[in-house]
Ligand binder design. Structure first.
Ligand SMILES: Nc1ncnc2c1ncn2[C@@H]1O[C@H](COP(=O)(O)OP(=O)(O)OP(=O)(O)O)[C@@H](O)[C@H]1O
Ligand SMILES: [Mg+2]
Length: 275
């Protein structure tokens, strides 16, 4: 099952490139991740799975320009990341909504920062609240919404700025299992709508979610995080989530990733192979 993956794409086909990226904390005592060489194609969905503490969130923050690397380089759309790059939106696990603002005002937040004209803000926010099914809740406050609805607002806020790159850090982890499956299906449906497909880095602890969402899955080792295997997900788009789940290859791949994650011996062997 070990997959070498296809040849790495050339740089101009890529939306995100990391080169020998390394991030450490506490004067090098804690190495979050190291030797990360990722090439993420335009409009590709890369899912990242890995043990807690292997540097996934730190990597996402580095791509978003919210933290700097210790060494190496990250490029987004061909430009070195030295601060938050243009056209990048992030969705975090805990929604990050402003409790004193309405759903509409929260969803409009990124556009306000970009100082877009009010008419454009109205149009775009209404459009994306409609897409995430919250048009009737525009004047509600976050406390009046369920967790799933709050995360829909987070998604609408990210999509409203029309990002070319969407960074998602366990966006559905705080939700109950049923809501999570519904939002997975909705996001898959959205990503196959014309004009809505983004380059996406999607961090999750759910192997099923990675298989449903991803074009590829990067499996990371325990800290210091490295990519121990890059898996091509063999499901074509458009995807029917129910149908994919029922395929034998889905169960085989899930077992394979699970084995990689829980077998430290295999991890360190693979990790040194890659390094
Ligand atoms: N600001 C910081 N200062 C010191 N250490 C940090 C800081 N941020 C992260 N770390 C450390 O870096 C490592 C990676 O953290 P990170 O949050 O990226 O892991 P993660 O893979 O996202 O974990 P999880 O799956 O639990 O979310 C951890 O050991 C963490 O303690
Ligand atoms: Mg994390």
């Amino acid at each position: 099952m070990r997959s070498e993956g296809p040849q790495p794409p050339s740089t101009d086909e890529c939306a995100i490139v990391t080169r020998s990226a390394c991030k450490s904390f506490l004067d090098g005592d804690v190495i979050a991740f190291q030797d990360l060489d990722l090439s993420i194609r335009k409009q590709e969905i890369l899912c990242i799975v890995g043990p807690s503490g292997c540097g996934k969130t730190t990597l996402l923050r580095a791509i978003a320009g919210l933290t700097s690397l210790t060494s190496g380089r990250i490029e987004v759309n061909g430009e070195a990341v030295v601060g938050p790059p243009e056209g990048v939106a992030t969705v975090f696990q805990h929604f990050g909504l402003l409790p004193w603002k309405t759903v509409f005002q929260n969803a409009a937040f990124g556009l306000k920062i970009q100082r877009k004209p009010q008419a454009e803000i109205e149009e775009r926010v209404r459009h994306y609240l409609d897409i995430v099914g919250l048009q009737r809740f525009a004047d509600s406050y976050p406390y009046q919404l369920s967790g799933g609805m709050q995360q829909r607002v987070g998604l609408a806020r990210a999509l409203a700025i029309d990002p070319s790159v969407l960074l998602m850090d366990e966006p559905f982890a705080a939700l109950d299992a049923q809501t999570r499956e519904i939002l997975q299906e909705e996001l898959v449906a959205l990503m196959q709508q014309p004009g809505e497909r983004k380059t996406m880095v999607f961090i999750t602890h759910s192997i099923d979610e990675a298989l449903i969402m991803g074009d590829r899955i990067a499996v990371m080792s325990a800290r210091p995080g490295r990519v121990i295997e890059m898996i091509d997900v063999p499901f074509a788009w458009p995807r029917d989530v129910e149908e994919i789940r029922a395929r034998p290859i889905f169960a085989d791949l899930r077992r394979h990733v699970w084995t990689l994650l829980r077998n430290p011996a295999q991890r360190s062997k693979s990790s040194s192979e890659v390094a």
